[in-house]
Design a protein around this ligand. Structure first.
Ligand SMILES: O=C(O)CCC(=O)C(=O)O
Ligand SMILES: [Fe+2]
Length: 286
Protein backbone atom coordinates (compact mmCIF):
# COMPACT_ATOMS: atom_id res chain seq x y z
CA UNK A 1 0.00 0.00 0.00
CA UNK A 2 2.81 2.39 0.86
CA UNK A 3 4.34 2.20 -2.63
CA UNK A 4 0.92 2.65 -4.22
CA UNK A 5 0.58 5.89 -2.27
CA UNK A 6 3.97 7.09 -3.49
CA UNK A 7 3.20 6.45 -7.15
CA UNK A 8 -0.20 7.97 -6.77
CA UNK A 9 1.39 11.26 -5.76
CA UNK A 10 3.77 11.31 -8.73
CA UNK A 11 1.78 9.83 -11.62
CA UNK A 12 -1.67 10.58 -12.90
CA UNK A 13 -2.93 7.10 -12.05
CA UNK A 14 -6.30 7.70 -13.66
CA UNK A 15 -4.50 7.97 -16.99
CA UNK A 16 -1.73 5.48 -16.23
CA UNK A 17 -3.11 3.02 -13.64
CA UNK A 18 0.18 1.26 -12.97
CA UNK A 19 -0.89 -0.18 -9.68
CA UNK A 20 -4.04 -1.86 -10.96
CA UNK A 21 -2.74 -4.80 -12.96
CA UNK A 22 -6.26 -5.84 -13.99
CA UNK A 23 -7.44 -2.52 -15.37
CA UNK A 24 -8.35 -2.14 -19.03
CA UNK A 25 -6.63 1.25 -19.13
CA UNK A 26 -3.32 -0.25 -18.03
CA UNK A 27 -3.66 -2.96 -20.69
CA UNK A 28 -4.39 -0.30 -23.32
CA UNK A 29 -1.39 1.79 -22.30
CA UNK A 30 0.88 -1.26 -22.46
CA UNK A 31 -0.53 -2.37 -25.83
CA UNK A 32 -0.03 1.08 -27.33
CA UNK A 33 3.54 1.32 -26.05
CA UNK A 34 4.33 -2.13 -27.45
CA UNK A 35 2.86 -1.32 -30.85
CA UNK A 36 4.87 1.90 -31.12
CA UNK A 37 8.04 0.19 -29.93
CA UNK A 38 7.55 -2.47 -32.58
CA UNK A 39 6.95 0.10 -35.29
CA UNK A 40 9.66 2.68 -34.55
CA UNK A 41 11.63 1.53 -31.49
CA UNK A 42 10.30 4.50 -29.54
CA UNK A 43 7.22 5.51 -27.57
CA UNK A 44 6.40 8.54 -25.44
CA UNK A 45 3.89 8.47 -22.59
CA UNK A 46 2.79 12.08 -22.43
CA UNK A 47 2.46 13.89 -19.07
CA UNK A 48 3.49 10.80 -17.16
CA UNK A 49 4.41 12.96 -14.19
CA UNK A 50 1.54 14.99 -12.80
CA UNK A 51 1.70 18.45 -14.40
CA UNK A 52 1.61 20.05 -10.93
CA UNK A 53 5.02 18.46 -10.21
CA UNK A 54 6.84 19.58 -13.38
CA UNK A 55 8.29 22.60 -11.61
CA UNK A 56 9.63 20.43 -8.78
CA UNK A 57 11.01 17.91 -11.30
CA UNK A 58 12.99 20.71 -12.95
CA UNK A 59 14.19 22.25 -9.68
CA UNK A 60 15.40 18.91 -8.36
CA UNK A 61 17.38 18.37 -11.57
CA UNK A 62 18.85 21.86 -11.34
CA UNK A 63 19.96 21.20 -7.75
CA UNK A 64 21.87 18.05 -8.73
CA UNK A 65 23.26 19.29 -12.08
CA UNK A 66 26.40 20.88 -10.55
CA UNK A 67 27.48 17.34 -9.59
CA UNK A 68 27.74 16.27 -13.24
CA UNK A 69 31.16 15.09 -14.41
CA UNK A 70 32.35 17.21 -17.35
CA UNK A 71 34.95 15.77 -19.66
CA UNK A 72 34.48 16.12 -23.40
CA UNK A 73 35.22 12.71 -24.84
CA UNK A 74 36.17 11.81 -28.41
CA UNK A 75 33.92 8.94 -29.44
CA UNK A 76 32.36 7.19 -32.41
CA UNK A 77 28.74 6.19 -32.91
CA UNK A 78 29.46 2.61 -31.85
CA UNK A 79 31.32 3.46 -28.63
CA UNK A 80 34.19 1.25 -29.70
CA UNK A 81 37.85 2.31 -29.38
CA UNK A 82 38.84 5.02 -31.85
CA UNK A 83 41.83 3.00 -32.95
CA UNK A 84 39.69 -0.02 -33.95
CA UNK A 85 40.70 -1.42 -37.32
CA UNK A 86 37.86 -0.52 -39.67
CA UNK A 87 37.56 -0.31 -43.47
CA UNK A 88 38.19 3.10 -45.06
CA UNK A 89 34.55 4.23 -45.42
CA UNK A 90 33.23 2.67 -42.21
CA UNK A 91 31.13 5.22 -40.23
CA UNK A 92 32.87 4.05 -37.03
CA UNK A 93 35.91 6.02 -38.26
CA UNK A 94 34.00 9.29 -37.90
CA UNK A 95 35.05 10.94 -34.62
CA UNK A 96 32.46 12.89 -32.62
CA UNK A 97 32.67 14.95 -29.44
CA UNK A 98 30.53 13.72 -26.57
CA UNK A 99 29.89 16.90 -24.64
CA UNK A 100 27.16 15.78 -22.27
CA UNK A 101 27.85 15.15 -18.59
CA UNK A 102 26.23 12.71 -16.17
CA UNK A 103 25.17 13.24 -12.55
CA UNK A 104 25.67 9.75 -11.03
CA UNK A 105 23.21 7.86 -8.91
CA UNK A 106 25.06 8.49 -5.65
CA UNK A 107 24.50 12.23 -6.13
CA UNK A 108 20.76 11.87 -6.63
CA UNK A 109 18.77 12.19 -3.38
CA UNK A 110 16.63 9.18 -2.46
CA UNK A 111 13.54 11.38 -2.22
CA UNK A 112 14.00 12.94 -5.69
CA UNK A 113 11.01 12.22 -7.95
CA UNK A 114 13.20 10.43 -10.50
CA UNK A 115 14.69 8.18 -7.80
CA UNK A 116 11.30 7.34 -6.35
CA UNK A 117 10.07 6.37 -9.81
CA UNK A 118 13.22 4.43 -10.72
CA UNK A 119 13.00 2.23 -7.62
CA UNK A 120 9.23 1.70 -7.62
CA UNK A 121 8.30 -1.98 -8.18
CA UNK A 122 5.05 -0.99 -9.93
CA UNK A 123 6.89 1.35 -12.25
CA UNK A 124 9.45 -1.36 -13.01
CA UNK A 125 6.71 -3.90 -13.74
CA UNK A 126 4.99 -1.45 -16.07
CA UNK A 127 8.21 -0.71 -17.98
CA UNK A 128 8.92 -4.46 -18.26
CA UNK A 129 5.43 -5.06 -19.66
CA UNK A 130 5.83 -2.27 -22.22
CA UNK A 131 9.11 -3.76 -23.44
CA UNK A 132 7.69 -7.31 -23.27
CA UNK A 133 10.27 -8.43 -20.71
CA UNK A 134 9.62 -11.19 -18.18
CA UNK A 135 11.89 -9.55 -15.60
CA UNK A 136 13.53 -6.19 -15.16
CA UNK A 137 16.30 -5.27 -12.71
CA UNK A 138 17.86 -2.05 -11.55
CA UNK A 139 21.36 -1.74 -12.90
CA UNK A 140 23.52 -2.95 -9.99
CA UNK A 141 25.98 -0.17 -10.79
CA UNK A 142 26.06 2.39 -7.94
CA UNK A 143 26.82 5.26 -10.36
CA UNK A 144 25.26 4.38 -13.73
CA UNK A 145 21.91 2.98 -12.55
CA UNK A 146 20.16 6.32 -12.48
CA UNK A 147 21.71 9.44 -13.99
CA UNK A 148 20.84 12.97 -14.91
CA UNK A 149 22.13 13.71 -18.39
CA UNK A 150 23.24 17.35 -18.59
CA UNK A 151 23.83 18.99 -21.96
CA UNK A 152 25.18 22.50 -21.53
CA UNK A 153 24.91 25.32 -24.10
CA UNK A 154 27.21 24.67 -27.05
CA UNK A 155 27.36 20.94 -26.28
CA UNK A 156 25.59 17.92 -27.72
CA UNK A 157 25.16 14.24 -27.02
CA UNK A 158 26.25 13.09 -30.47
CA UNK A 159 24.91 10.30 -32.68
CA UNK A 160 25.29 6.88 -31.10
CA UNK A 161 23.82 3.44 -30.56
CA UNK A 162 23.18 2.32 -26.96
CA UNK A 163 24.73 -0.87 -25.63
CA UNK A 164 21.54 -1.55 -23.70
CA UNK A 165 18.65 -3.01 -25.67
CA UNK A 166 16.16 -0.72 -23.96
CA UNK A 167 16.34 2.73 -22.43
CA UNK A 168 13.93 4.64 -20.20
CA UNK A 169 14.29 8.40 -19.92
CA UNK A 170 12.49 11.59 -18.97
CA UNK A 171 13.20 15.19 -19.88
CA UNK A 172 13.27 17.27 -16.68
CA UNK A 173 14.32 20.59 -18.22
CA UNK A 174 14.25 21.49 -21.93
CA UNK A 175 16.89 23.56 -23.68
CA UNK A 176 15.89 27.09 -24.57
CA UNK A 177 16.60 26.13 -28.18
CA UNK A 178 18.24 23.14 -29.82
CA UNK A 179 18.76 20.08 -27.63
CA UNK A 180 16.26 18.04 -29.65
CA UNK A 181 16.14 14.26 -29.36
CA UNK A 182 16.56 12.91 -32.90
CA UNK A 183 16.54 9.26 -33.93
CA UNK A 184 16.65 6.98 -36.95
CA UNK A 185 14.10 4.21 -36.35
CA UNK A 186 15.64 0.76 -36.78
CA UNK A 187 18.47 2.02 -38.95
CA UNK A 188 20.22 -1.25 -38.12
CA UNK A 189 18.96 -4.67 -37.10
CA UNK A 190 20.53 -7.67 -35.37
CA UNK A 191 21.34 -8.94 -38.87
CA UNK A 192 22.45 -5.81 -40.73
CA UNK A 193 24.54 -2.77 -39.79
CA UNK A 194 23.38 -0.70 -42.80
CA UNK A 195 26.63 1.23 -42.79
CA UNK A 196 25.72 3.41 -45.79
CA UNK A 197 22.65 4.82 -44.05
CA UNK A 198 24.57 5.35 -40.80
CA UNK A 199 27.31 7.19 -42.69
CA UNK A 200 24.73 9.39 -44.41
CA UNK A 201 23.34 10.46 -41.04
CA UNK A 202 26.78 11.13 -39.55
CA UNK A 203 27.86 13.19 -42.55
CA UNK A 204 24.70 15.29 -42.67
CA UNK A 205 23.03 13.75 -45.71
CA UNK A 206 20.65 11.41 -43.91
CA UNK A 207 17.76 13.79 -43.29
CA UNK A 208 15.31 11.29 -44.82
CA UNK A 209 16.15 8.82 -42.05
CA UNK A 210 15.80 11.17 -39.05
CA UNK A 211 12.77 11.79 -36.86
CA UNK A 212 12.68 14.47 -34.15
CA UNK A 213 10.79 14.00 -30.95
CA UNK A 214 8.88 16.84 -29.39
CA UNK A 215 9.62 15.96 -25.77
CA UNK A 216 8.20 17.91 -22.87
CA UNK A 217 9.26 17.74 -19.22
CA UNK A 218 7.55 14.87 -17.43
CA UNK A 219 6.94 12.78 -20.58
CA UNK A 220 8.22 9.21 -20.20
CA UNK A 221 10.23 7.94 -23.15
CA UNK A 222 10.80 4.23 -23.81
CA UNK A 223 13.36 3.54 -26.48
CA UNK A 224 15.26 0.70 -28.13
CA UNK A 225 18.52 2.57 -28.68
CA UNK A 226 20.55 -0.43 -29.77
CA UNK A 227 19.01 -0.44 -33.24
CA UNK A 228 18.08 3.22 -33.68
CA UNK A 229 20.92 5.68 -34.06
CA UNK A 230 20.09 8.75 -31.95
CA UNK A 231 21.43 12.00 -30.50
CA UNK A 232 20.58 15.14 -28.58
CA UNK A 233 21.27 17.93 -31.09
CA UNK A 234 23.49 20.84 -30.01
CA UNK A 235 22.00 23.02 -27.27
CA UNK A 236 22.00 26.54 -28.64
CA UNK A 237 20.14 28.73 -26.14
CA UNK A 238 21.36 29.86 -22.74
CA UNK A 239 19.88 26.98 -20.69
CA UNK A 240 21.18 23.52 -19.95
CA UNK A 241 19.06 20.56 -21.06
CA UNK A 242 18.47 17.91 -18.39
CA UNK A 243 17.09 14.41 -18.76
CA UNK A 244 16.87 11.51 -16.33
CA UNK A 245 18.19 8.16 -17.60
CA UNK A 246 16.66 5.16 -15.80
CA UNK A 247 18.99 2.23 -16.53
CA UNK A 248 17.55 -1.27 -16.15
CA UNK A 249 18.75 -4.68 -17.28
CA UNK A 250 17.02 -7.96 -18.01
CA UNK A 251 19.36 -9.88 -15.69
CA UNK A 252 20.47 -9.06 -12.14
CA UNK A 253 23.89 -7.91 -10.94
CA UNK A 254 25.05 -5.97 -14.03
CA UNK A 255 27.77 -3.41 -13.28
CA UNK A 256 29.92 -1.21 -15.53
CA UNK A 257 33.59 -1.88 -16.22
CA UNK A 258 36.28 0.09 -14.39
CA UNK A 259 37.45 1.73 -17.61
CA UNK A 260 34.03 2.85 -18.83
CA UNK A 261 33.01 4.04 -15.36
CA UNK A 262 36.11 6.24 -15.14
CA UNK A 263 35.34 7.72 -18.57
CA UNK A 264 31.74 8.53 -17.70
CA UNK A 265 32.06 9.63 -14.07
CA UNK A 266 35.74 10.38 -13.46
CA UNK A 267 35.94 7.88 -10.59
CA UNK A 268 35.15 4.29 -9.63
CA UNK A 269 33.76 2.77 -6.43
CA UNK A 270 34.76 -0.41 -4.56
CA UNK A 271 31.85 -2.25 -6.22
CA UNK A 272 33.41 -1.68 -9.66
CA UNK A 273 36.80 -2.96 -8.53
CA UNK A 274 35.24 -5.96 -6.79
CA UNK A 275 33.24 -6.84 -9.91
CA UNK A 276 36.39 -6.62 -12.05
CA UNK A 277 38.26 -8.84 -9.57
CA UNK A 278 35.47 -11.37 -9.60
CA UNK A 279 35.69 -11.64 -13.38
CA UNK A 280 39.46 -11.52 -13.79
CA UNK A 281 40.95 -12.77 -10.56
CA UNK A 282 43.53 -9.95 -10.47
CA UNK A 283 43.98 -6.21 -11.11
CA UNK A 284 46.86 -6.39 -13.55
CA UNK A 285 46.82 -4.43 -16.79
CA UNK A 286 45.83 -6.39 -19.89
O1 LIG B 1 19.31 12.48 -22.77
C1 LIG B 1 18.66 11.95 -23.66
O2 LIG B 1 17.53 12.32 -23.97
C2 LIG B 1 19.25 10.80 -24.43
C3 LIG B 1 20.30 10.08 -23.64
C4 LIG B 1 20.94 8.93 -24.37
O3 LIG B 1 20.80 8.73 -25.53
C5 LIG B 1 21.80 8.01 -23.59
O4 LIG B 1 22.06 8.27 -22.41
O5 LIG B 1 22.24 7.00 -24.16
FE1 LIG C 1 21.55 6.77 -26.04
Amino acid sequence: MATTGVLDEIIDVARYPLTDSESARRREAVALARAELDESGCTVLREFIRPALIEILREQGEAMAPHAYYEVERVNAYNIPLDSELPQRHPGRIVLERGNAFVPRDRIPADALIHRLYTSPEFQRFVADCFGLAELYEFADPLAGLCLNVVAPGMSHPWHFDTNEFTVSMLTRPAESGGIFEYCPNIRSPHAENLDDVRDVLTGSGQRLIRSLDLRPGDLQLFRGRFSLHRVSPVTGGDQRHSAIFAYTDRPGVIGTVERTRQLFGRVLPDHLAAADAVRGDRLLD
